[in-house]
Design a protein around this ligand. Structure first.
Ligand SMILES: Nc1ncnc2c1ncn2[C@@H]1O[C@H](COP(=O)(O)OP(=O)(O)OP(=O)(O)O)[C@@H](O)[C@H]1O
Ligand SMILES: [Mg+2]
Length: 223
């Protein structure tokens, strides 16, 4: 039996006093890929940020790699997140003053990991951005930025990859490459992947599909 790496237990979040979602319960195991679909504005990004420990729920709890991150003090939560989460932000969140190489290296540096240049180069090769390593983010296309964001999320081999529409800015070829890479990391490092997507083909690469609708998360087939 694979170990649970991320557990949301009855999680709820209010925005400006109104409930966005509530009663969300989800367990994801090592090596598992789960997709979340749902209309724009229903709270998928908010849910991913709760799962990452970047935000805390108004109700319920989030457990990441056996620690209840939603009740940890902020510095410990940040440290635990840096080690165990790789987050591909919907709007990339690259650091403008750092080069592509430095952006990708950041999680390795934060976690005091070794062989950094080699690992950055390998990840950049896998995403076909090896020629861009010395550029600043301002000199990249949207699809190139997205691949840098993905490289940064995977480079430190996190237990949980949270990916917010990671193929949204990519052409068919690069989207396939990214999905294949997620497949590869689930097999090689037993990472769990939680994928938010509007793309049915991307969702179909996951073992489980869920839909955020009517303020809660329901399991369901592709529709
Ligand atoms: N900081 C904030 N202050 C006020 N409202 C917010 C804030 N963050 C998010 N919201 C609102 O919460 C709702 C959910 O936002 P969220 O970004 O989670 O949606 P989403 O499902 O990811 O949408 P999309 O598919 O467009 O990315 C939206 O109505 C949004 O306007
Ligand atoms: Mg979103």
């Amino acid at each position: 039996m694979r170990a649970p790496v991320l557990q949301l237990d009855n999680v709820g979040r209010r925005i400006e006093g109104r409930p966005l979602f509530s009663g969300i319960t989800l367990t994801i195991h090592a090596g598992e890929r789960v997709a979340i679909m749902g209309q724009s504005g229903l709270g998928k990004t908010t849910l991913l940020h709760l799962a990452a420990g970047m935000d805390v729920p108004d109700e319920g709890s989030v457990t990441l790699c056996a620690r209840p991150i939603s009740s940890l003090p902020e510095p410990e939560r940040t440290q635990w997140r840096a080690r165990h989460i790789g987050l591909v932000f919907q709007d990339f969140n690259l650091i403008d003053s750092l080069t592509v190489s430095e952006n990708i290296e950041l999680p390795l540096w934060l976690n005091h990991q070794r062989h950094r240049q080699k690992r950055v180069a390998a990840m950049a090769d896998a995403l076909d951005i090896g020629a861009l390593l010395d550029r600043l983010p301002s000199a990249l296309s949207g699809g190139e930025k997205q691949r840098v964001a993905i490289a940064r999320a995977l480079v430190h081999e996190p237990a949980v990859v949270l990916a917010d529409e990671p193929t949204g800015s990519l052409d068919e070829d690069n989207a396939q490459k990214v999905l294949a890479l997620f497949d590869q990391v689930t097999q090689s490092t037993q990472a769990a992947v939680l994928l938010v997507t509007h793309n049915p083909q991307a969702a179909a690469t996951c073992e489980r599909l869920t839909h955020l609708q009517h303020g809660t998360l329901v399991d369901g087939p592709l529709r």
